[in-house]
Design a protein around this ligand. Structure first.
Ligand SMILES: Cc1ncc(COP(=O)(O)O)c(C=O)c1O
Length: 444
């Protein structure tokens, strides 16, 4: 549907404007077209620095184009990391009961505490940070990790220097560009000036060589990493914490996939590493633990011991940001989150995690049996597949064109991903098995 601009407006002359074409998911893809009414407002120059559309909507748009081109094809989506299995009953019914209560005079509630419900904060502390001495009051409930990544950027501001893994989940880099921490993009490499890209590939066991890493104020670090699926081991995380201590940096540790770690060789939280509470914030999410990608719920831990250079506590400023820029997560979503941490609920969500892990095993085996170097897939729902000498967009296009399978080109995660594709295990089992067959016939 083309969104039309009413002809009753008076038109300001301008060079280019946009039409928005809405696709079936309701998302708009905008294209430059001929002129129409423009305001006098200049575009934020930092937005102009962004190179591409955000990666995942771009992948969805390409999938829709493909479906249009091949309306009879059975397209399998192993692209955007979105969960597919239904919520456990105990979780869904807790939310519907809560919603029903809101329709009664005695059960109605308005705004909740900006930091989230006490019960949920305590339950998270108990379930994920037992023996780490993290208090419920150090946990802030959010509407998902992605929003909190941006709120943390707002907290630290544009004067910070940052480091990211390369490849990395794109929200850290894009939000850094938007907030103004970066310089322009370097043509050729595709990397932004003023970001320290920490190469994490097969050549270094997916962990950066910290002796060659320029110290920065903030280090974004994700484990298990999206997209490589690598979970940093104890020794690696100890090195990271030491590196932050030596340089006075703050680690923003993203543990969105921590429950997928089952091999016992990697910590599930940065706070399992001694000393981390003085140097790290942890961002996490119910999205991939409990299938809450649509429900929206997450949390961020800011330990009281984490201090700025002037000795003031970071937690007080984060609290201020949350009160000013967020105002609290949905009470209904929080009821669901609490139910997912009950003993019955947690058993049910872990069986979903097991289901996706089995999918990951099938996909990993498929790629390995084809002689390809494939990584991740053991402690994470992502498989990172190497196509030496190829460009990841070419591999993405070829797989899509010849098998109708959507993946994600690795270069969308940074320069270090240019010869890789990422495949997600968040599918229905029959689709995973079918995808495996199609990939075998394409690549064998
Ligand atoms: C590493 C990582 N962090 C954060 C997020 C965003 O999570 P949420 O759905 O809680 O916003 C994702 C989503 O895919 C992710 O992969």
């Amino acid at each position: 549907m083309l969104i039309k601009i009413s002809s009753s407006f008076s038109f300001m002359p301008c060079k280019a404007s946009l039409t928005a074409q809405e696709n079936e998911t309701g998302m708009s893809s905008h294209k430059d077209v001929v002129t129409s009414y423009c305001t006098k407002v200049h575009r934020n120059r930092k937005m102009e620095r962004l190179q591409h559309n955000y990666l995942f909507p771009e992948i969805c748009a390409r999938e829709l184009e493909h479906i249009k081109k091949y309306p009879n094809a059975k397209v399998i989506t192993l692209g955007v990391g979105d969960t597919t299995q239904p919520l456990p009953d105990v979780v869904a019914s807790s939310m519907s009961n809560y919603a029903n209560k809101l329709a009664t005079p005695t059960g109605y509630r308005g705004y909740g505490p900006e930091q989230g419900s006490k019960e949920l904060r305590r339950a998270i502390a108990e379930k994920f940070y037992k023996d780490m001495n993290i208090k419920g009051t150090e946990i802030f409930i959010s509407d998902g990790a992605q929003g909190d990544i941006c709120r943390l950027q707002l907290l630290f501001g544009s004067d910070m220097s940052i480091a990211v893994q390369d490849p990395t989940f794109p929200a850290y880099v894009d939000s850094s560009v938007i907030i103004g921490q970066t310089g322009d993009v370097e043509k050729g490499s595709g990397s932004y000036q003023k970001i320290e890209y920490m190469k994490c590939g097969p050549q270094n066991s997916f962990f950066p060589d910290l002796s060659r890493t320029t110290p920065t104020d903030i280090i974004f670090f994700c484990s298990p990493n999206n997209p490589t699926g690598h979970a940093a081991n104890w020794e690696q995380l100890e090195q990271l914490v030491q590196f932050a201590q030596q340089n006075g940096s703050i680690i923003v540790y993203d543990s969105a996939y921590a429950v997928y770690i089952t091999d016992g060789r990697s910590p599930r939280s940065i706070y399992q590493v001694p000393g981390a509470k003085k140097v790290a914030i942890e961002v996490s999410s119910f999205s991939k633990i409990a299938g809450f990608t649509g429900v929206r719920l997450g949390w961020t831990v800011v330990p009281e011991e984490l201090l700025y250079s002037n000795g003031l506590a970071v937690i007080n400023d984060f609290n201020r940001i949350v009160c000013t820029c967020f105002n609290g997560a949905s009470r209904i979503a929080q009821a669901g989150g609490l139910a997912s941490l009950s003993s019955e609920g947690f058993k049910a969500v872990l069986s979903l995690v097991d289901y996706y892990k089995e999918n990951a095993r099938i996909l990993l085996e498929t790629f390995k049996s084809l002689g390809l170097s494939a990584y991740g897939g053991v402690n994470a729902p992502y498989i990172w597949v190497h196509f030496p000498g190829s460009d990841s967009w070419d591999v993405f296009n070829e797989i899509l064109e010849k098998t109708h399978i959507v993946t994600v080109p690795g270069s969308g995660f940074g320069p270090g991903g240019k010869e890789f594709i990422r495949v997600t295990a968040f599918g229905h089992r029959e689709n995973i098995v079918e995808a495996s067959k199609r990939l075998r016939s394409l690549l064998s």
